[in-house]
Write a protein that binds this ligand. Structure first.
Ligand SMILES: NC(=O)c1ccc[n+]([C@@H]2O[C@H](COP(=O)([O-])OP(=O)(O)OC[C@H]3O[C@@H](n4cnc5c(N)ncnc54)[C@H](OP(=O)(O)O)[C@@H]3O)[C@@H](O)[C@H]2O)c1
Length: 212
């Protein structure tokens, strides 16, 4: 059993990770400003702004999952907040899994990342900020930090929760395309991939994509 701290544990991504990790018997701590609408039995919910709560919950963690989103009043603040979470995770000796976006992937090896090309306006700010959080890890991560930056498929999101299939593929920084030419992953399968990576690490200081 590991102690898994999930920042954004009441959100779409974090909520699925909390459910998955708890179902596998891990000790799970969720952090969010609001109380959970559907609390998972056995999960410890800390409510408060990330900056206030981080220092109380990261010491003692085996793995930290950062699944906040750069929306609302978090817009423009994610890089600074994640720098702090990365530093505290390194100090605690915790594995650090940071969730980002599809746009940080490349269409093929060596090609520019999607975020460097045309991004639909409604996704642009979030894509740019998500990419900045990837660069933060790639260029500034504390030396001893065992980090993974995880990008979901293009069609991933609360608007397309999908179903659990217990089937997914992982790649590096190149987007995976399924047999129908699509790019999708359900919330439950994405969370399973993250918790599998916590349970049986395959990547270290690396970018990981998850899709069907
Ligand atoms: N296809 C894609 O590329 C794609 C699609 C979706 C998401 N994503 C990425 O996945 C990540 C997670 O997104 P999501 O949609 O799962 O997020 P979400 O559903 O909006 O959840 C965000 C979570 O963070 C918490 N939170 C926000 N600000 C906080 C603060 N200051 N202190 C403490 N908790 C805070 C929220 O709870 P409170 O508001 O109660 O604090 C909530 O639990 C983001 O990086 C996003 O860009 C990528």
């Amino acid at each position: 059993m590991a102690t898994v701290v999930v920042f954004g544990g009441t959100g779409y991504t974090g909520g699925n990770v909390v459910r998955e990790a708890s179902a596998r018997g891990h000790r799970v701590v969720s952090v969010s400003r609001s109380e959970p609408k559907d609390p998972v039995e056995g999960v410890h919910y800390e409510t408060g702004p990330v900056e206030q709560v981080a220092g109380q919950v990261i010491p003692g963690a085996d793995a930290v999952v950062a699944a906040l989103s750069p929306r609302g009043d978090m817009s423009g603040r994610l890089v600074d907040v994640y720098r702090e979470l990365a530093q505290q995770s390194a100090a605690a000796g915790a594995r650090y899994i940071q969730v980002g976006g599809y746009s940080s992937l490349r269409p093929e090896p060596g090609a520019p990342r999607f975020v460097d090309g045309e991004i639909p306006e409604q996704f642009r700010d979030e894509a740019l900020e998500g990419e900045a959080t990837r660069v933060l890890l790639a260029e500034e991560a504390p030396e001893g930090l065992d980090w993974v930056f995880v990008s979901p498929a293009a069609g991933y999101g609360a608007w397309a929760a999908g179903e659990r299939t217990d089937r997914y593929r992982v790649g590096d920084d190149v987007a995976l395309v399924d047999e129908d030419g699509g790019s999708n992953i359900s919330g439950a399968d994405f969370a399973a991939a993250i918790v599998d990576e916590i349970d049986r690490p395959t990547r270290h200081r690396a970018h990981m994509s998850v899709a069907y």
